[in-house]
Design a binder for this molecule. Structure first.
Ligand code: PLP
Ligand code: COI
Length: 368
């Protein structure tokens, strides 16, 4: 959708400080044990869009409920997209975002697929930066902690006809984050779902809320059976491994090769996935983006040809997969715990994200 000719970078953000931010002691308790996605910082960012003004009314304001017309299109037809990225506070005290331009690009690819206006990259990065700067006291103190940022956009026009909305809101909220998986197990267990997540021509490559709504029954099924995540196969042949409910997958073979499913349009193009592909190549590993079937996976895990599998994503970082269960029974990967390549790649990535290692790809975006 065409965005009116307005220089988004010239948007000035108004600032309304929270009149009663969380008391320092209560905040310290949250930051020492943040979990994932349950507590939110003191502020949020809001920017409005309509056909006449384009992007306007950029604000940093107290975190809190928003008012929506009951006919707002998002509540009926789910015209909504989101992103997930993290800010890190380095030992030096500097604060940095990891690859925010990549999130902006994916956000706009999602916007195109959902018939929404694009958010100029500069506005996206500025919105996130403004929030982190306002809530710089909200970084977890726990090891491995970060400030998880959730930019999202939804259709706010009050209208029940089925067509793209003429009004949108773009918001950013922030949540201190520790580990995504609370089980504390050394490796996660997957449930192979008989439901499909995405079909060719659908919205699988977009980060839209509707994809996640469709994943909730299979996810609940996985949890009820004692697993940590749901794994989706392709919707056509029900054979090829696609991705998890909220993460991409990598397979590590005994000969040192790494394989990950290709971006065919039905899986999310993960930024962690892309970063790990680059780091693996830097390490001299052979990396292939190619289809891999559930049957082959089971047989390779059993024969020992495959020694590790890991899941990756912003929230989950790099998480070893220990066990896979589906309609045909279960199989264990390697020793059932973290493997060497998984650990090495995780350490390489995390060291760059936290400013502890050189950043040869220019991924670290310092903001203060
Ligand atoms: N796949 C799905 C379905 C996801 O929700 C996510 C998380 O954002 C990913 C993959 C990993 O993407 P990223 O590494 O950009 O966080
Ligand atoms: C993320 O990793 O940022 C996601 O959006 C995935 C979700 C499971 C939290």
């Amino acid at each position: 959708m065409a965005t009116p000719d307005i220089a988004a970078t010239s948007l000035a953000f108004s600032h309304t400080p929270h009149p009663a931010p969380l008391a320092a002691e209560a905040r310290a308790a949250v930051l020492a044990n943040p979990g994932f996605g349950t507590t939110f910082s003191d502020h949020m960012v809001s920017v409005q869009w309509d056909e006449t003004h384009g992007w306007h009314q950029a604000e940093v304001l107290p975190y809190g409920p928003i008012t929506l017309d009951p006919a707002a299109a998002v509540l009926h037809y789910a015209q909504e997209i989101f992103e997930g990225l993290k800010a890190y506070r380095f030992a030096s005290g500097e604060i940095a975002l990891f690859r925010p331009e990549a999130n902006a690009a994916r956000f706009n690819a999602s916007a195109q697929r959902l018939a929404m206006p694009e958010v100029p990259e500069a506005l996206f990065v500025e919105a996130v930066t403004q929030l982190v700067q306002a809530d710089r006291e909200w970084f977890p103190t726990v090891e491995g902690g970060s400030l998880y940022l959730r930019p999202f956009m939804f259709a706010s026009e009050a209208f029940l006809g089925v067509r793209p909305s003429k009004q949108y809101r773009f918001l950013v909220i922030a949540s201190p984050a520790g580990n995504y998986f609370k089980s504390g197990a050394p490796a996660v267990s997957l449930w192979v779902s008989e439901y499909s997540r995405a079909a060719p021509g659908g919205t699988g490559a977009a980060k839209c809320g509707g994809n996640y709504a469709a994943s909730l029954v299979p996810t609940a099924e996985a949890f009820a059976r004692g697993h940590d995540q749901v794994l989706f196969l392709d919707a056509v042949e029900r054979k090829w491994i696609e991705e998890l409910g909220g993460m991409n997958l990598f397979f590590v073979f005994a000969d040192g090769t790494l394989v990950t499913p290709p971006l065919t349009g039905t899986i999310l193009p993960g930024i962690t996935r892309e970063s790990l592909l680059a780091l693996a190549r830097d390490e001299g590993l052979t990396v292939r983006e190619e289809r891999y079937s559930l049957d082959q996976w089971r047989s390779d895990a059993t024969s020992g040809a495959l020694i590790e599998t890991f899941a990756c994503g912003t929230a989950a970082v790099v998480t070893p997969v220990g066990k896979v269960t589906g309609a045909d029974g279960e199989f264990v990967i390697g020793s059932g715990g973290p493997g060497q390549t998984t650990q090495k790649l995780r350490q390489r990535l995390v060291a760059i994200q936290r400013g502890e290692a050189p950043d040869p790809h220019g991924w670290v975006h310092r903001i203060a």
